[in-house]
Design a binder for this molecule. Sequence first.
Ligand SMILES: Nc1nc2c(ncn2[C@@H]2O[C@H](COP(=O)(O)OP(=O)(O)OP(=O)(O)O)[C@@H](O)[C@H]2O)c(=O)[nH]1
Ligand SMILES: [Mg+2]
Length: 369
Amino acid sequence: MSGSRPAAPLRVSLLSPPGRGALAVLSLRGSDLAASMPEFFDGRLIPGGASHGRLRDRTGEILDDGLCLGVASDEALLTLHGSPLIVDRVLADLEARGWTRDAAGVSPLAVDRELLLLAARAPSARSGSHLLAQARAWDAFLARSTPPTREELVSILGRRRAVSAFERPPTIALLGAPNAGKSTLLNRLLGAERVVTSERPGTTRDRIEAPGVVADRPVRWVDGAGIRRSGDVLEAEGVRRMLTAAASADLVLLLVPRDGAGISLPAECTGPVLRVGTKADLPGSPPEAVDLQVSAREGEGLAALRGAVATALFGGEDLPEEVAPLTAARAEALQGLLEASGATPSTECIPVSLWAAFPPALTQTPEGR
Ligand SMILES: Nc1nc2c(ncn2[C@@H]2O[C@H](COP(=O)(O)OP(=O)(O)OP(=O)(O)O)[C@@H](O)[C@H]2O)c(=O)[nH]1
Ligand SMILES: [Mg+2]
């Protein structure tokens, strides 16, 4: 902290929890921020946008790769790798440059930490910008002197499905017989050779989870053993694990190959299912009763598949422009407000007394609301 020194124009604080993590997030603020950043970061500060760059210390040594999310022209979030060693060096370097370091987790930003952390971990530049816009929209929403109507609250709550993936990425299980083309499809969807594939049935045995992106939202793809009865103890265990994963998945893709048999949907899979015909590039007629067909080899049908997955998971809605409950805590708080105002007609504003007490511990607005 700065003690008796006059407040420094540049301030930094660690937003993510201290200690080891995959990512660390720093909040940077100051009227001179845009001019000062090039001294230690070769990306750019783009208000409302994201920029990748390298961080250097005062001697010019590269400390890390980072992603800078511009909250405004004088506010940014910097995402680094989460090793405490790197974070400490970056913070020490900024302090040596004259920056003031605020206590961990404390950000004088007028938006809350929870949304900023989601923004910093967004799976694409578009969703990062979108989450920053959400943070600002929430700030404006909470600062309203006129309370919202019940109708407005209902419509905000209706956007929960479109954004809940940011808090908990939904899982999508690729299910089918051995050789159905599960792993080839996973690799194609990820744009990387993540999983071994082969013409030998029973290639994949272990459960494989891979983070992906659908309609700018994070998802987790799950691949694993092809479903069949097997006397091989290891394969049977793989099948058991894959069935458990599929039973709890948010969506099952049931793969039916053109050159082999399909499987019937296991009884434990009671959630949404898309029936996908695979290997559509092979000659012959498509399997019956499939929702759509893809060729992972040729890339055919993949955009339609992504669209169908987005519809199944998010109701096909794009990221909403208006305030949306990005976390369960936020949705619960809004629901509580709606319930507390139960007797109010839907088009009338909820009582000011209730609005004044909202939200219960959702934000960190230092100057209050
Ligand atoms: N022609 C064609 N072949 C494909 C396609 N997708 C997969 N294959 C082939 O089908 C075979 C099996 O593919 P995998 O992706 O390993 O199948 P899997 O369902 O993961 O199989 P297991 O791991 O054994 O359960 C491989 O020889 C692939 O090259 C496709 O779209 N077109
Ligand atoms: Mg496989």
